[in-house]
Design a protein. Structure first.
Ligand code: NBP
Length: 486
């Protein structure tokens, strides 16, 4: 189809035509929408139009004024620029020229507190603001992302059909829904990314055990992951891990994974998830360990100083442990599955806590539904989470869902064994290990927190409660050690 002329108006506009924005604009155009496009530097706009005009109807503009004028009312403009100052700058430019009732959508990876602030500021100017988390990277933006829009309900009514037209679809359901007011969409996208960190890390830990424990080659492990991808672990991340492991470096002929520097990068959403969890008091240990594992991997100087330079204790080899390879592979698969369950369960706990704190009324079932397609953590497993919340919308923990409890029956022993093997082999498995401790803490009848309360009361008179009567108590530690009610 030819590029549109100035006489027709666009249903949607995209500002920022780097990787995400240009692919999102193409996706809108391919799905029958006329799309206004604008980028600060005109080269990206020109390139989009010269390369992809055949995708559908675009209205390119060289100024923000022309861009806004090319939108039908209520005007709907999605910002896809760098998060932070760039987003604020573009919001201000748009708000200057937009009119009451128009909708500004921020589709970048904004910190949800920025979204809350922006919505307040924009609402005061008579406009609507929607912070929408968009997952799926470049490929998702083009072929169907998972979209998590927050903001006012009226905006969803005006935006919903447009977003549904470009979202991924699973079993006939588009992977987009209104998440809740103001920052709810970006909050949920943040935790999605945190879960993604943990999911990637547990896959990495399984690889590490198979590679350096069972001495398997990357190609052999790729086959194992491809096999795992046919069962409970069926997911995009397992699928692409097999692809990465199969890749051979053209220059050296070695497996690519062996020539990639083992220092993992991060852009911040995992870290935000953990910081927020700390503030909310939600133990997202799996996500925390995953963020710290990336940080440790990138501490190259410290690692170099420690390599071969710290006592290991008496480690065992795979052979000395007398392990059967096929059994070990299956045990690792189960440990991965169990740890992943913990990570998701903790992520959903954080979403519930955030939703309660901000009164967003986020429905966890909706999230599991829209994460089944388009996004990086898409997985068969999410169907089970949907069912879990269908059965009990008030589940205290995903781990307590009858299906997952049943799964854990078969996972717990291999999980314990793998944590022991990892320790004996001297291989790091921070999420496998800490997730098991979390699990044991959660189900424990007594925790050492009683000791901590005693210590706190001893040095700081912080008081404690008793299990056998109401009230708050203090022991006179530096006096006669009698107990008083305080
Ligand atoms: P980038 O995050 O790399 O941002 C580049 C875009 O921002 C360009 O269009 C650039 O315009 C524009 N920009 C900047 Br930088 N400063 C600006 C300013 N002051 N005023 C106007 N425009 C400005 O693009 P991206 O990777 O496509 O990501 C877009 C958003 O989507 C980000 O928030 C990102 O976090 C999020 N996201 C990315 C992914 C992904 O896989 N990449 C996935 C999910 C979400 P210019 O061309 O004139 O420099």
């Amino acid at each position: 189809m030819p590029m549109s002329t100035e006489t027709s108006l666009a249903q949607i506009g995209v500002v920022g035509l780097a990787v995400m924005g240009s692919n999102l604009a193409r996706n809108f155009a391919r799905n029958g929408n006329t799309v206004a496009v604008y980028n600060r530097s005109t080269d990206k706009t020109d390139k989009l139009i010269s390369d992809y005009a055949t995708d559908g109807n675009f209205i390119p503009s060289k100024t923000i004024e022309d861009f806004v004028a090319s939108l039908e009312k209520p005007r709907r403009a999605i910002i896809m620029v760098q998060a932070g100052h760039a987003t604020d700058a573009v919001i201000n430019q748009l708000a200057e020229v937009m009119e009451e009732g128009d909708i500004i959508i921020d589709g970048g990876n904004a910190l949800y507190t920025d979204t809350v602030r922006r919505e307040r500021e924009i609402a005061a100017r008579g406009l609507h603001f929607v912070g929408a988390g968009i997952s799926g990277g470049e490929e998702g933006a083009l072929n169907g992302p998972s979209i998590m829009p927050g903001g006012p309900k009226e905006s969803w009514d005006a935006l919903g059909p447009l977003l549904e037209s470009i979202a991924a679809v699973v079993d006939g359901t588009p992977c987009v829904t209104h998440i809740g007011p103001d920052g709810a969409g970006h909050f949920v996208k943040m935790v999605h990314n945190g879960i993604e960190y943990a999911d990637m890390q547990v896959i990495g830990e399984a690889y590490q055990l198979l590679r350096f424990g069972a001495d398997m080659s990357p190609a052999e492990i790729a086959d194992v992951f491809a096999e795992w991808n046919k069962g409970d672990l069926d997911s995009y991340l397992i699928e692409i891990t097999a692809e990465v492991l199969r890749q051979v470096d053209a220059e050296t002929g070695k497996p690519l994974v062996d020539v990639i520097l083992d220092a993992a990068g991060q852009k911040g959403t995992g870290r935000w998830t953990v910081k927020e969890a700390l503030d909310l008091g939600v133990p997202t240990t799996a996500i925390g360990e995953a963020v710290f594992a990336r940080a440790l991997s990138s501490s190259l100087g410290q690692r170099a100083a420690a390599q071969g330079n710290l006592p290991t204790g008496s480690l065992k080899t795979f052979g000395e442990l007398g392990l059967d390879k096929a059994e070990f592979i299956e045990d690792v698969r189960r440990a991965l599955y169990a740890s992943k369950l913990v990570a998701y369960s903790q992520g959903f706990d954080e979403i519930k806590a955030g939703s309660d704190e901000h009164q967003w009324d986020v429905d966890p079932r909706d999230l599991a539904t829209i994460w089944r397609g388009g996004c990086i953590i898409r997985a068969k497993f999410l169907n089970r989470i949907v069912e879990a919340y269908d059965n009990n919308a008030e589940l205290p923990s995903l781990l307590l869902d009858p299906y997952f409890k049943g799964e854990l029956e078969g996972l717990i022993d291999p999980w314990r064994k793998v944590v022991i093997y990892a320790t004996q082999l001297g291989l790091p498995a921070p999420v496998f290990t800490s997730s098991l401790s979390y699990y044991d803490s959660l189900r424990a009848e007594r925790l050492p927190a009683a000791i901590i309360q005693g210590q706190r009361d001893f040095f700081g008179a912080h008081t404690y409660q008793r299990i056998d009567k109401e009230g708050t108590f203090h022991t006179l530690w530096s006096g006669d050690r009698s107990e008083i009610e305080s």
